[in-house]
Design a protein around this ligand. Structure first.
Ligand SMILES: [Zn+2]
Length: 142
């Protein structure tokens, strides 16, 4: 039985939700890399802005997946569409982190700390590969 151990089922589920949110934040960062690296832009400055009108993205519109939904895929200022690739890549990355965490669970020997460390390690490792693929594909278009 997978849950006869010292990681209660509630903690298992809670941690998977948490790791999924972390993954979606990483996905948001990968979107920035995938857009900026092929264009030779600085990856940190300027802060997130609309590629069409240059308006700054408000922090609550920069929340992975939900920001795009709140905006209904359009810039708040110029109403130009924002690529659905942004929330799709954020959600996919979150999902990959959850899968990676479930994958390493049996290796953690019922030790929560070990599982958390393995999960974060696996998430980072796959994000490096996934991020490189995204940059290479350069799928994010204006
Ligand atoms: Zn705009």
């Amino acid at each position: 039985m997978p849950f006869e151990n010292n990681i209660p089922f509630e903690l298992y589920v809670f941690f998977l939700i948490w790791i999924g949110l972390i993954g979606s934040i990483v996905g948001s960062f990968l979107n920035v890399l995938a857009y900026r690296i092929p264009r030779g832009m600085n990856i940190a400055f300027p802060a997130s802005h609309c590629p069409k009108c240059g308006a700054k993205i408000r922090p609550w519109h920069n929340v992975p997946v939900f920001g795009w939904i709140i905006l209904r895929g359009k810039c708040k200022d110029c109403h130009e569409p924002i690529s659905p690739m942004y929330p799709i890549i954020e959600a996919l990355t979150g999902f990959f982190w959850v899968l990676a965490s479930m994958f390493v669970f049996p290796m953690a020997n019922n030790n929560f700390t070990l599982w958390a460390l393995y999960s974060i390690g696996a998430g980072i490792a796959l994000s490096v590969v996934w991020g490189a693929i995204l940059v290479w594909m350069n799928r994010i278009k204006d």
